[in-house]
Structure formats: structure tokens, C-alpha cells
Write a protein that binds this ligand. Structure first.
Ligand SMILES: *Cc1c(COP(=O)(O)O)cnc(C)c1O
Length: 368
């Protein structure tokens, strides 16, 4: 008799599905017998990491026989001084993904509710499910933008955590800090509100300093080195919150969750301001170029504020297959109930040209 392991697993396991990432280049090459492919599926920085981060990792590589600093002291010092916050307000994670997961596990369990936007970042639902908490998914007003009023209405005495992605992934929408502050003011003081700012750097010039401009006792600002800083493969994210909140969350943190190379890379990347600012400027210019091109074709799915654009077309399944056949990997949004959308990460100028050229060829084919 085989063992029914699902029946042995914790009850929430049956409703839990693994996160489906963007298709890796190697997978597509193998599937299609191609020799090269361009991945525009995971909102990565297409320019590579800062050369200073690469040098720091090369320098540190010979020391990986030792455990990393479990408190990531150098990185915490750097982040505390960068953000003008105390070190004990920081919670570091193996990507901000882990930060979100730790925070949700700290505050929400069986019988508790976690509120998020239905087309918000998918990890909130996964983390809530894994914690055994109940997900409360609030529809967007226009299909794309977080409906903050409806989200506030969804909060009740069972609500422990509210997650807002700003800018949101995958819909790319952004709320200004004034609207967010009104939202925070409408919530009970003891609800943890995570403002997930994975794409903050791309809107920093207009968004202001959310760490200091927003206020709420349970406010958590989450940031990552995966997008603008170009360190997605290193897995470094962090949150800034009240020191009592981070102290509780730290009890759930695995002791060496930030590996040694990740720590030195993040310190070097944070220090290389010129590099980050240049990449952000380049991204924003290229994003506008992609959006105008899509708009010209009548395919613009909405205005986006991160490092990706939305393409809307009735035959996204065919489009996806045609792109992949030609070695371009977009991200299908069917898992978000957006079957007529593809999310395209902004690539280098060359990659974006290649994408637009292929799009025109594929559209012509579809019309035949
Ligand atoms: C990419 C992303 C993250 C997580 O990135 P990490 O690599 O885990 O730091 C978090 N939130 C949103 C909205 C994202 O798009």
C-alpha cells in the first residue's frame, strides 16, 4: 500500500500550488532546439549587475567555506544609513519574497485573514495559504488598479495583514503617497500593512520618500535588490518597519538566510548610485518607447510604472507560442485571470527592437 502523503501533510497543503516562474532561457532552448533566446518574462535588469557588485563577489568567493554573518551587519549598516532608519527597523530576506513570507507567517495563521488585490503580486496568496490563513482577494476597480477603498472595506477584526504592491506587478499601476496615506488612515492601527515597493527605484523621482512620508503603526515598506539593482540571482530583499515588528519577524527568519556573496554584492550595489540611476533612466526611456509602439498598434494593455509593459490581444496564446518559437520569452498572465494580456519586461534597446520587429512579423502572420 502506498502512503497518502497529502493526508499526512498540514491541511493547507492541498490548496497550495508551486509558484510558476518565467520560463528559463535554457528550458526554451531545449524545447525549441534554438541556440539563443531573449527572456523578457521575469522583470530582471537586462544590463547585468553593477561591475562593483561583481568585483565584490569575486573578491569574497574564496571565503565561502565560512558561514555568512547571520545578522548581515555590513548590509544593515549600509541600509540604515541609506534610509535614515535604525538598524533594528530592518528585516532582511532571501529576496523580498522571503521577507513577505516571514511577515505573513509571523502575523497570520489559521482563522486569520490576509487582504490583497486579486491581481496583486501572486506571492501574497501563496504565503497566506502556506501559513494556513484565509486569503481575501479584492477585485480591482478597473481590472488593473488596486481598489483601496474596497480593500479597506474588506478589513475586519480577523484581518492581520494587508498587502499592497506599489507599483503593482503584473498590472503596473501606481498609487501616489497621498492616496496611500488616506488608505492607511482608514485602517485599524494594529493591522500590518505591507507596501511592497519592488519597483520603487523606477518611480523614485515622482513618488517621494515613502519610508518617511507614509505613517501607520503597522506600516512595512518592502524593497528588493532584484529589479533595479540587477541582483535577482543573489536573492536580497528587505523590509523597514517598527522595531517590534521586525524583532518578532526575526524569530521566524532562518539564521543564515542571506548568503555571503549576496551580502557583499548588495552592499556594493547600494553604493554604486550612479550605475543604478543610469539603468533606471535607461529603463524608463525604453519602457516609454515600447509603450508608444504598442499604443501605435492598438495593443497597449495599460500604463505601467515598473520595468515591464502590458500587451493586450485576443489571441495571446498564439502570440506566446509564436514568440517562443522565435526565441523570445514573454510572460503570460492567464494565471492572473488576464488571458488576453502578455507582460513584457523591458530589455536592452537591442532586445526591445528585436521584440518589436518580431511582434510585427507575428501580427502579419496572424492576419493571413
Ligand atoms: C519581483 C517582485 C518581488 C520579489 O522579488 P524578490 O526577488 O523576491 O526580491 C516582490 N514583489 C513584487 C511586486 C515583485 O514584482
Amino acid at each position: 500500500m502506498s502512503i497518502n502523503w497529502l493526508a499526512r501533510a498540514v491541511p493547507q497543503t492541498s490548496g497550495l500550488y508551486p509558484y510558476v516562474p518565467g520560463k528559463p532561457v535554457e528550458t526554451l532552448l531545449r524545447e525549441k532546439g534554438l541556440s539563443r533566446a531573449v527572456k523578457l518574462a521575469s522583470n530582471e535588469n537586462p544590463y547585468g549587475p553593477s561591475p562593483k557588485a561583481i568585483a565584490a563577489m569575486q573578491h569574497a568567493a574564496a571565503g565561502v567555506n565560512r558561514y555568512p554573518d547571520g545578522d548581515a551587519n555590513l548590509l544593515k549598516d549600509a541600509l540604515a544609513s541609506f534610509h535614515h532608519v535604525n538598524r533594528d527597523q530592518l528585516l532582511l530576506g532571501n529576496g523580498s519574497n522571503e521577507v513577505l513570507d516571514i511577515l505573513i507567517r509571523t502575523f497570520a495563521g489559521a482563522g486569520d485573514e490576509v487582504v490583497f488585490s486579486s491581481r496583486g503580486f501572486i506571492v501574497y496568496a501563496l504565503a497566506a495559504q502556506a501559513a494556513g490563513a484565509t486569503s481575501v482577494s479584492v477585485p480591482e476597480a478597473d481590472g488593473l488598479t488596486h481598489d483601496l477603498e474596497a480593500m479597506a472595506h474588506a478589513v475586519n477584526e480577523k484581518t492581520k495583514v494587508v498587502c499592497v504592491a506599489n507599483p503593482n506587478n503584473p498590472t503596473g499601476t501606481l498609487h501616489g503617497n497621498d492616496r496611500l496615506q488616506d488608505f492607511l488612515d482608514s485602517l485599524p492601527r494594529d493591522v500590518v500593512v505591507i507596501i511592497d515597493e519592488a519597483y520603487y527605484e523606477f518611480v523614485a523621482d515622482t513618488q517621494g520618500d515613502s519610508v518617511h512620508d507614509l505613517s501607520h503603526p503597522g506600516l512595512v515598506i518592502s524593497r528588493t535588490f532584484s529589479k533595479a539593482y540587477g541582483l535577482a540571482g543573489c536573492r536580497v530583499g528587505y523590509a523597514i518597519a517598527d522595531a517590534e515588528i521586525t524583532a518578532l519577524a526575526n524569530r521566524y527568519r532562518e539564521p543564515f538566510n542571506l548568503n555571503l556573496l549576496a551580502q557583499v554584492a548588495a552592499v556594493a550595489a547600494l553604493d554604486d548610485r550612479e550605475w543604478v540611476m543610469a539603468r533606471v533612466a535607461e529603463n524608463n526611456q525604453e519602457r516609454q518607447r515600447l509603450e508608444s509602439a504598442l499604443d501605435g498598434l492598438g495593443l497597449l494593455g495599460g500604463r505601467c510604472f515598473g520595468n515591464f509593459v502590458l500587451l493586450r490581444h485576443a489571441q495571446c496564446g498564439e502570440l506566446l507560442r509564436s514568440f517562443e518559437d522565435r526565441g523570445i520569452i514573454p510572460r503570460p498572465l492567464a494565471p492572473y485571470g488576464m488571458a488576453d494580456y502578455l507582460r513584457i519586461s523591458v530589455g536592452t534597446a537591442d532586445e526591445n527592437n528585436e521584440f518589436l520587429q518580431m511582434l510585427n512579423v507575428i501580427l502579419a502572420e496572424l492576419q493571413e
